[in-house]
Ligand binder design. Structure first.
Ligand SMILES: [Zn+2]
Length: 649
């Protein structure tokens, strides 16, 4: 059989050729570089000469620097190059090598972790060992995977995963491989998004594919959130449903919290009266009666809440506070609880935190077109400096800050926050919740925050000279700082900073803008009718009917949709002060707040809270009553026609 013989011969020759080629290749320096460098070379992102140059630099350095970092420092390669090639060939780079090349761990760390992996019987993945033994913070590990490799980061919870999908995979398999299916994408022919603790773990990917099909789209999540979600899933399956009834105290507490959630309330007020327990919800900023309960329930209910938030149940004569993580069918709710001792017993207020739907984008919070453009340009996207949002409690300033974070958030930007407490969790942002109980104080956190190499620093609230100082210093060193302040209006914010002993030249050179705001109730669109301000109202507004020509005021009559209140939902009313030359000069000259206000109105395009409110009332969005109830009136407003022109309406 000559043909067979020939084939074998050819085969042998080929094999020999390959063997020879491989041996010469391993002898070339190219092959001695790590996988990621080889990929960069193969993709022609860098040249061999550049790599050799970088290797010579590496040899001369006294401390170890990864080759990739040197290539980047020498501007031979960019983060984008790395991202591009990794995304194309994610399976061929081992996470350990990648972390060394990125300078996240040292080669020695990698070696010890590999040794641990070999010695352990549990077949643990390298990524997990590195995190578990503190070679690298899990957050940094995730950042490498999500930023460098483009895996989206998500926070799985019972309310954002598809439980039917989870049923398809054995729970033990998900637990050992650290993944949980999120959802199937209907638009993209059967692809399934799956959250992995380590999306590079090929075994985990294989396991997921076996049960969910080949079109698994990996995203990344923290291993402990995956674990927690799996635990909650198991509890649900075991039928440990939440007790909701009015026969037990546990059921009563659950039913109150769930009702508040359903009504979209921000706070629950539980108040002992002489003859009953009075429960009210704050909805759209106003308290509404929910239900009364018999007086006898009070001690048990208060004890139950104290147990839930780990307060002292024996203490009934002192004010107390705590936090509750309330787990229910659709997810988790964070509650801040306060017990306040009154003559009738303890009044309990629960604030509902992290209600996701409260997140708006800046386009929809109610900034009029020209003010929005100016706020984005001169504040949010301004490269550095302090941006302040001011207003009293409940004016929506935290929501605005979160909207700004959303607008700024990108893989290229590092955002870090110090909040008391974190009210909404935002993916991809390093949020720190201040907790004085464990000595994690504001001062301590702020001291560390600047060492985290952030681009944007969010300080929950400037409440003393120290936090003001930190904000100003961070802005001086080129950071962008977002914070809130508890003042009536924009000028008040500036004056308050000056009163905190921040030198006028520092205020004028670091603060870029101040936004003052209030949340006013919107007129219910289902029962709105035309309205006209009374002479007394005009007088309080400090304007005449002539000033308001062209206005169409409206008012809600009250209907089923608005529970007979005439109001439905809320809208922001704003005053934006941009610190341009005239305003800066006024601060440096230490002018009075009255003078700074006049300069801002006449020379810097400031529209006051009252004026912004009037424009909105004149379009029938809010009522004159709401303006008088909520807005400060420092000076008479300009005529409506002029205001509309200024606002770009
Ligand atoms: Zn209505």
């Amino acid at each position: 059989m000559p043909s067979d013989h020939f084939t074998i011969l050819k085969d042998r020759q080929a094999r020999a050729a390959v063997l020879q080629a491989t041996s010469t290749m391993t002898a070339t320096p190219k092959e001695s570089y790590s996988a990621i460098i080889r990929l960069l070379l193969e993709a022609n992102k860098v040249t061999l000469a550049q790599v050799e140059h970088a290797a010579r630099v590496q040899g001369k350095l006294t401390t170890f620097q990864p080759l990739l970092k040197i290539l980047k420092d020498l501007k031979f390669a960019t983060d984008q190059d790395v991202k591009d090639i990794l995304r194309k060939t994610s399976s061929s780079v081992r996470i350990g090598d990648l972390l060394v090349e990125l300078g996240q761990i040292s080669p020695d760390d990698l070696e010890s972790a590999c040794r641990m992996q070999k010695e352990s019987d549990s077949q643990e993945k390298l990524g997990r060992i590195l995190v578990k033994h503190n070679f690298i913070e899990e957050q940094a590990f995730i950042e490498v995977l999500s930023i460098q490799m483009g895996f989206p980061f998500i926070e799985p919870a019972l309310n954002n995963i598809d439980r039917a999908l989870c049923e398809k995979v054995p729970k033990t398999l998900m637990a050992t491989h650290g993944f949980v299916p999120i959802k199937s994408d209907k638009s993209e022919d059967g692809s399934v998004r799956v959250a992995f603790a380590d999306p590079l773990d090929q075994d985990a990917l294989q396991a997921a594919r076996r049960f969910l099909g080949t079109r698994v789209v990996p995203v990344i999540a923290q291993s402990r959130t995956i674990k927690k979600t799996l635990e909650l899933l198991a509890e649900k399956k075991a039928g440990r449903a939440l007790a909701v009834d009015n026969t037990t105290v546990v059921g009563t507490v659950n039913s109150i919290i769930l009702a508040a959630l359903k009504n979209n309330a921000s706070d629950i007020h539980i108040e002992p009266m002489e003859d009953c327990l009075h429960v009210r919800f704050r909805e759209d900023g106003v308290l509404n009666h929910y239900k009364d309960f018999p007086k006898e329930i009070i001690p048990a209910l208060s004890s139950r809440l104290k147990i839930m938030c780990q307060a002292d149940i024996t203490e009934k004569r002192r004010h107390q506070g705590g936090r509750i993580l309330f787990e229910y069918d659709e997810g988790q709710l964070d509650l801040r609880v306060s017990f306040f001792v009154t003559i009738h017993g303890e009044k309990i207020v629960l604030r509902l935190l992290n209600r996701k739907h409260e997140l708006y984008d800046l386009q929809s919070i109610g900034l009029l077109p020209r003010m929005l453009a100016r706020f984005l340009e001169d504040a949010v996207y301004h490269p550095s400096g302090v941006v302040l949002v001011t207003g009293p409690t409940g004016s929506g300033k935290t929501s605005t800050i979160y909207s700004c974070i959303h607008a700024l958030k990108s893989p290229q930007v590092s955002i870090i926050t110090a909040e008391e407490p974190v009210e909404y969790v935002i993916e991809g942002v390093a949020q720190c919740s201040i907790d004085p109980k464990i000595d994690l104080t504001f001062e301590e956190t702020l001291r560390h925050i600047v060492r985290q190499d952030p681009d944007v620093i969010v300080i929950g609230e400037i409440r003393d000279a120290y936090s003001a100082e930190v904000a100003v210093q961070a802005a001086l060193t080129g950071h962008k700082v977002l914070s809130t302040f508890h003042t009536e209006d924009t000028i008040g914010g500036l004056i308050r900073l000056l009163n905190m002993n921040i030198a006028p030249f520092l205020v004028s050179s670091t603060v870029v803008s101040v936004l003052a705001q209030r949340l006013l109730r919107r007129v219910c669109p289902h029962c709105a009718v035309d309205a006209k301000p009374t002479p007394a109202q005009l007088q309080r507004l400090r304007c005449t009917a002539n000033d308001l020509v062209g206005a169409h005021f409206k008012k809600g009559r009250g209907c089923r949709m608005c529970k007979q209140t005439g109001y439905r939902g809320r809208i922001g009313v704003f005053e934006l002060l941009v610190l341009d030359e005239p305003v800066r000069a006024a601060i440096l000259d230490q002018r009075t707040s009255y003078e700074i206000r006049a300069i801002s109105i006449n020379h810097s395009g400031l529209m006051t809270l009252l004026e912004d409110g009037l424009i909105k009332a004149a379009s029938g969005i809010i009522t004159v009553e709401e303006i008088l109830r909520c807005l400060p009136i420092f000076s008479p407003p300009r005529p409506l026609a002029e205001l509309r022109r200024l606002a770009g309406e």
